[in-house]
Design a protein around this ligand. Structure first.
Ligand SMILES: Cc1ncc(C[n+]2csc(CCOP(=O)(O)OP(=O)(O)O)c2C)c(N)n1
Length: 420
């Protein structure tokens, strides 16, 4: 299962590109030419998973996944345009730096809210499963964010429905300044440790092998795979932070020794894959390309303020047809009584209904969905009693291309319960 030689060089280039992009952004921030940066420095070996994804797969990562996104096929110049929030960036300048996306490559837009990609990842995977495809979804979260409720909801939903999701916990041992080693759910023995494979995610070969086995298992229908990836955050949390305030000089020095890129470089030289001179030339070439791409991106056009409200709503593709269908129930003599929801499900095969107690025999607490699950058993589903799951999965399913109609049983309970 070892990484083939030409793949090693490809991977090294990706890791170097990621690092050079991070260093470039840090430098631009110091020059006052950017306003925010969050790095993937120390997480680069995870690129060995991104490179194994293919068309039809999705990546729903978090802000530290520059290496994974590049390995999935995103280009450095696209990340550079996102850094400057240019009109030509994927979000048209609407997103923060490191909140990348790419529709064609299936890279789901990164959210600032930690843990927020996990439930949409389940929605993407559910869409794949409904269509009987063999695609997979890779989603990730930091170690501190594993204490968010969505982490547990997402794993529960993925296990319940045997979804093709690879969960990566990128455990760099710290959440901004808080050390997590004794308070993460694995340390607290809250997770079924038999299901979680722990790995040294500063080691390229370990990441590649674990990713390969996990992705093969997902494609064969084995259900969610769970990797606990021990890694290091080599940089400060973000450009708004200085980790020298809370990490000792000794700790900071030790991080350099764990650097996955230095480790991989030394392995490649020891294995005779390339010489020190070839390596130096590759590093110089990558740095110069990355520098030129940021330079070019900086002079791209800024967003046009008049386009602010573009994309708030998608095209109204279904409504006019449905209006006509309903009108056909009417003649001069009056209208036949008809139920809107069965008509919707009969006409539109991409509609999926999901909510608490909506299946028969109850058919919803207000009987609105009565009869639907009997008639359309593959498109009308009871949800678990978990509102974040309902909303998060809906987002992922919609991004996949289905038309989720998701019900919150009682509007008051959409809010976190601690407020009540
Ligand atoms: C719901 C939510 N709460 C707080 C924050 C502020 N915040 C951003 S990153 C972060 C720490 C996350 O640490 P971890 O999950 O370990 O990931 P890491 O940054 O170490 O990779 C916090 C508290 C946020 N973005 N979202």
């Amino acid at each position: 299962m070892a990484l083939p030689k030409d793949e090693k060089l490809n991977l090294l280039r990706l890791m170097l590109t990621s690092r050079a992009g991070d260093l470039r952004e840090q430098s631009l921030i110091r020059q006052g030419k950017g306003w925010f940066h969050v790095s993937g420095m120390g997480h680069e070996a995870l690129a060995a998973i991104g490179m194994q994804l293919r068309t039809g797969d999705y990546l729903a990562g978090y802000y530290r996944d520059r290496p994974l996104a590049l390995a999935r096929g995103m280009r450095n110049d696209a990340l550079a345009r996102a850094f400057f929030a240019k009109r030509t960036s994927a979000s048209g300048g609407r997103q923060m730096p490191a909140h990348y996306s790419d529709r064609e490559l299936g890279v789901f837009s990164v959210a600032s809210v930690v843990g927020a990609s996990l439930l949409p990842a389940c929605g993407l995977a559910w869409g794949i499963q409904m269509d009987g495809k063999d695609g997979v979804v890779v989603t990730s979260v930091g170690d501190a964010a594993t204490r968010e409720g969505e982490f547990y909801e997402a794993i529960a939903f993925a296990v319940e429905r045997k979804l093709p999701v690879l969960f990566l916990v990128e455990d760099n041992g710290i959440g901004i300044s808080s050390v997590t080693s004794s308070i993460n759910p694995l340390a607290l023995d809250l997770l079924n440790s038999d299901r979680w494979q722990r790995l040294d995610a500063c080691c390229v070969e370990s990441v590649y092998a674990a990713g390969k086995a996990a992705i093969a298992a997902l494609r064969s229908g084995a259900g969610p795979q769970l990797l606990w990836c021990r890694t290091e955050r080599i940089s400060s949390h973000s450009s708004a932070d200085d980790h020298r305030k809370y990490r000792s000089a000794e700790e900071l020095n030790s991080l350099q020794e764990k650097d996955p890129i230095e480790r991989f470089k030394n392995e490649l030289i020891a294995d005779g894959v390339l010489t020190r001179e070839q390596l130096d030339a590759l590093v110089a070439e990558v740095e110069s390309t990355v520098r030129a791409e940021y330079q070019a991106a900086s002079s791209d056009p800024d967003p046009d303020p008049a386009s602010l409200l573009a994309h708030v709503h998608g095209p109204e593709s279904h409504a006019p047809q449905l209006r006509m269908d309903l009108q056909s129930n009417c003649t001069n003599g009056g209208c036949r009584k008809t139920r809107f929801l069965p008509l919707l499900l009969a006409k539109k095969e991409d509609f999926v209904f999901f909510g608490q107690d909506i299946e028969d025999p109850k058919g919803g607490v207000f009987s609105i969905t009565k009869g639907l699950s009997s008639k359309f058993p593959h498109r009308v589903f009871n949800s678990p009693l978990a509102e974040a799951t309902i909303v998060g999965v809906a987002c992922g399913l919609a991004a996949y291309g289905k038309r989720p109609v998701f019900e919150i049983q009682f509007a008051d309970f959409i809010w976190p319960r601690s407020i009540n």
